[in-house]
Design a protein around this ligand. Structure first.
Ligand SMILES: Cc1cc2nc3c(=O)[nH]c(=O)nc-3n(C[C@H](O)[C@H](O)[C@H](O)COP(=O)(O)OP(=O)(O)OC[C@H]3O[C@@H](n4cnc5c(N)ncnc54)[C@H](O)[C@@H]3O)c2cc1C
Length: 286
């Protein structure tokens, strides 16, 4: 049976993590407790970081938005400071009970390719601050994921902050964003594919588009080839058809019990069109 420890501060948590060899951080526990219970993960101690005030909350500071990793998914979904794609990604996770307990940091560090906040973080320019008892580093979200359930976190290191750049440009245009997901049923479902997009949108033209897809490769991935097709272009039927086909060709989906690779390549194109419609405020792009 694993020991359960509740540190009183972030400094104490980092000290314990540095000293104890088989100690795992526990946030909401919606992923970790299941893995410990069925023996997939062995832990001698669980360090409950979920109540540390240093790790909770969303605020605008120094030209960016800072999110504490122990902010619950429910609070991410309802924060007016956060961009639409991230709020939507969080709001589509599990059930109200899961979102009340589960955290954005847990979703990130669990590193599932289908994690619903990950593709939004990739298109929103997310950066992660990692800290241990001996130092700190900051990396772009894209560099964090190594494979299913594998990240660059080393022993003793915690994710202590997620930051997003403020998206207003000098001309006061706002970077817009959208998220789409499909699963085996309408609600409480793990994504067969999810997709996030962000871009500046003015007079029918997309600028600086960023596109990312989840559950379509061992990690969530950006799709630069499609971003290049969209950059500076007027959105019309021909352009969307060209970009959709390229998107289907670029992803590397697996075939598993949730969906075949063929289905994922097909459905990602529909999600892409729906996300573009949501971003540009159109009813639909067929
Ligand atoms: C019924 C059900 C439905 C679900 N549906 C979805 C879904 O639709 N979409 C989806 O994306 N996920 C889903 N999940 C998975 C899960 O709820 C989310 O991944 C959630 O965000 C995990 O957060 P947590 O706080 O519970 O993480 P925990 O379980 O506490 O931790 C997860 C992992 O992250 C590590 N960790 C946590 N915080 C930190 C930190 N700050 N620094 C370093 N490591 C850390 C832990 O050690 C552990 O390895 C579902 C889970 C269940 C049980």
């Amino acid at each position: 049976m694993a020991r359960y420890i509740t540190p009183h501060s972030l400094a104490e948590a980092l000290q314990i993590l540095g000293q104890e060899e088989h100690c795992l951080p526990l946030a909401g526990g919606t992923d970790l407790t299941l893995l410990v219970r069925d023996g997939t993960v062995q832990a001698e101690c669980l360090l409950d970081i979920s109540k540390l005030p240093e790790l909770i909350g969303v605020q605008e500071e120094g030209g960016e938005i800072r999110i504490g990793p122990c902010t619950t998914l429910a609070d991410v979904a309802s924060s007016p400071l956060l961009p639409a794609a991230l709020r939507a990604g969080a709001s589509w996770i599990g059930s109200p009970q899961i979102r009340a307990l589960g955290t954005i940091g847990g979703n990130i560090c669990n590193a599932s390719p289908c994690g619903d906040t990950l593709s939004p973080l990739l298109v929103l320019g997310g950066r992660f601050r990692l800290r241990s008892a001996s130092g700190e580093r900051e990396i772009p979200a894209e560099a964090f994921f190594l494979g299913p359930k594998r990240t660059i976190l080393t022993r003793g290191e915690l994710l202590v902050e997620i930051s997003l750049p403020l998206t207003r440009s000098s001309s006061q245009d706002e970077r817009r964003s959208a998220f789409q997901k499909i699963g085996g049923r309408g609600a409480q479902t793990i994504a067969q594919v999810n997709l996030a997009i962000s871009a500046y949108w003015k007079e029918g033209i997309l600028r600086q588009p960023c596109l990312a897809v989840g559950s379509a490769a061992p990690t969530p991935i950006r799709i630069p080839a499609v971003e290049r097709i969209l950059e500076g272009q007027r959105l019309d039927r021909e352009l969307i058809a060209q970009a959709s086909l390229r998107l289907a060709a670029e992803i590397r989906p697996i075939c598993d019990q949730r969906a075949s690779d063929r289905y994922r390549r097909s459905v990602v194109q529909a999600l892409f069109r729906d996300a573009l419609a949501s971003l540009t405020g159109q009813e639909a792009y067929s």
